[in-house]
Design a protein around this ligand. Structure first.
Ligand code: CP
Length: 327
């Protein structure tokens, strides 16, 4: 999918945020730095800045979500935008209205941004191709293709704990094949200059293109976790699996579930991440998920600042932590 042109305007600024692939390091760093400024808003007595006052942001979630949908809504509210959560199951799409007709009707309500989650890879890209020129589209997860704001909040969390990306060894463990998060993380990590990205999982869940993406493939978790700085666990995405790719959840947990014993082969100060939702006892033990090395809930909190950053950059607004807003 070539998103390069459609994501950027003529000046090379972000117009839509659909995929990390094709975005230059400088733009990723701009998002991380802006998120750093926005994280101070959380500490204010009134958790709001007037940056997107008068703008209307529409959440269009065609697939379930807890973290992404709610942090997008909170982020929009923190920026003083008006928010609209379209209830897809109660919308006129259930009466046969097409997706494009629905979008054009929302455009007629003078909306400025669509945040889209969809089970089909390429859905956000398709919508971005058909919206009016003043509207920005953010991909909040499309099929097994991309989840760019998740990857950016993950990069933000890593930077907060490890400062620089160079010299880091990062392992992504589990169902890489069906994971839009893994794909976006791999692009973000390599663009930001991480020394070594490893993917760990059974042969059936590692896509053939992994080595082409510049990652090191491991099927033995004990070997793959050795001396890594960051461990990112992934859920088994059964909703996207066709056919029998695994022997059993019990067997999977034995081989690829993150337990304190397996985590001990990573660096002593390694952090444990997971985009959620987590399945305890399938890909991660409760001891690790709730343990001192886990930053899983921090990832969720960081999602607000990162999504504030992406939305304000797309709307051409900048912010510094001393409260100064700029065009
Ligand atoms: N990480 C993530 O996308 O979670 P949700 O499905 O709850 O949004």
């Amino acid at each position: 999918m070539n998103n390069k042109n459609i994501q950027l305007n003529k000046e090379g600024r972000l117009r839509h945020f659909l995929d990390i692939e094709g975005i230059k390091r400088q733009l990723l760093v701009e998002i991380l730095d802006a998120a750093e400024s926005f994280s101070s808003v959380e500490a204010q007595r009134v958790k709001k800045v007037p940056l997107l006052r008068g703008k209307t942001i529409v959440n269009l979630f065609f697939e379930p979500s807890t973290r992404t949908r709610n942090t997008f809504e909170l982020a929009a509210k923190r920026l003083s935008a008006d928010t609209l959560n379209v209830n897809i199951s109660a919308s006129a799409t259930s009466k046969g209205e097409s997706l494009l007709d629905m979008l054009h009707n929302l455009e007629a309500m003078h909306c400025d941004m669509f945040v889209v989650r969809h089970a089909q890879s390429g859905a956000a890209h398709f919508i971005a191709q058909h919206v009016a020129p003043h509207i920005s589209v953010i991909n909040a997860g499309d099929g097994s293709h991309a989840h760019p704001t998740q990857a950016m909040l993950d990069m933000f969390t890593i930077r907060r704990h490890k400062q620089a990306f160079a010299d880091l060894k990062v392992a992504i463990v589990g169902d890489i094949l069906h994971s839009r998060v893994a794909r976006s993380q791999i692009h973000a990590l390599t663009t930001l200059g991480v020394t070594e990205v490893r993917v760990i999982g059974p042969k059936t869940l590692i896509p053939d293109i992994s080595t082409a993406l510049g990652v090191h493939v491991y099927h033995d978790m004990w070997e793959g976790l050795r001396e890594v700085d960051v461990v990112i666990m992934l859920r088994l995405q059964k909703e996207r699996m066709t056919g029998a790719l695994l022997p059993s959840e019990h067997e999977y947990y034995k081989l690829y579930g993150l337990t304190p014993e397996k985590l001990a082969v990573a660096k002593e100060d390694a952090i444990v991440m997971h985009p959620g939702p987590i399945n305890r006892g399938v890909e991660i033990s409760s001891e690790v998920a709730d343990g001192p090395q886990s930053v899983i809930l921090e990832q969720v909190s960081n999602g607000i600042a990162v999504r504030m950053a992406v939305m304000s950059i797309l709307m051409g607004q900048s912010f510094s932590s001393d409260g100064e807003a700029g065009p």
